[in-house]
Design a protein around this ligand. Structure first.
Ligand code: ADP
Ligand code: ADP
Length: 221
């Protein structure tokens, strides 16, 4: 059963732009989906509809269990709190969910280790590199174990080596945790490396023009 099913989804903005039209797709639990296409093809709009940050103007989104699950977000620019240590940044979602500070920090430390940041718990965001801040951002998005992770061009601002390392570590993490992930990218390489399913989109109006299933074993096998 799919985590979410979209049927005939369209999104027209108040400006008149038809950002999406006729989008039908199923996202299976545990899938890793890339939204690939040129600027303006509606990738971000589709991600915002999944996130519940916008509503479709036609068609439907049906969630398994009827309600939208908790969602983890990773943005291109990690929106970390500059006045809080990396550990505090990762622990915050757990504290907002009601965990005691000590328990939240213990679990946050575990996630920092999982994203390769053991030893940087007390560092402030400004003291970390862009790639490390992105790792903090990923740990913060996953620490509450949301069923769905959404990432909008997560690594676009990073240099190629950092990006490759992050891709590799993210794939490892997904193999261990099997959360469902949907990410937006301009990179064919990133799509093929990370995704199990690639949805190729085209603009004017934004739509899905091809869906590729990557059935081969993990590229690291
Ligand atoms: P990207 O290709 O990186 O997704 P865009 O330039 O398409 O970037 O959009 C960046 C942001 O600007 C989006 O979050 C979107 O909401 C907003 N935006 C894009 N186009 C328009 C527009 N015509 N009118 C108002 N806001 C827009
Ligand atoms: P992508 O992420 O693939 O670049 P977007 O979903 O950001 O595409 O944009 C799809 C189309 O919708 C573009 O033509 C963009 O200018 C337009 N658009 C995006 N956000 C807005 C907005 N808030 N208001 C009006 N038009 C928008």
């Amino acid at each position: 059963m799919s985590l979410v099913a979209l049927r005939g989804v369209a999104k027209r903005y108040a400006t008149g732009t038809l950002a999406l039209e006729g989008v039908s797709l199923d996202i299976a639990r545990g899938d890793f989906v890339a939204l690939l296409g040129p600027s303006g093809c509606g990738k971000s709009t589709l991600l915002r509809l999944l996130a519940g940050l916008a509503d479709p103007t036609a068609g439907s989104l049906s969630w398994q269990g009827t309600a939208r699950p908790e969602i983890g977000f990773v943005f291109q620019e990690p929106t970390l709190m500059p006045w809080a240590t990396a550990l505090r940044n990762v622990a915050l979602p757990l504290e907002l969910a009601g965990l005691r500070r000590r328990d939240a920090e213990a679990r946050a430390a575990d996630w920092m280790a999982r994203v390769g940041l053991a030893g940087f718990e007390r560092s402030y965001p400004r003291a970390l590199s862009g790639g490390m801040r992105m790792r903090v951002s990923i740990a913060r998005a996953l620490v509450t174990r949301p069923p769905l992770l959404l990432m909008d061009e997560p690594f676009a601002a990073l240099d190629e080596i950092t990006r490759f390392r992050l891709n590799d570590d993210l794939l490892r993490l997904w193999e261990a945790e099997r959360f469902t992930a949907v990410f937006v990218t301009h990179s064919v390489f990133e799509s093929v490396f990370l995704a199990r399913r690639i949805l190729v989109m085209a603009p004017r109006p934004g739509r899905i023009v091809a869906a590729l299933d990557i059935t081969a074993p993990s590229p690291r096998d």
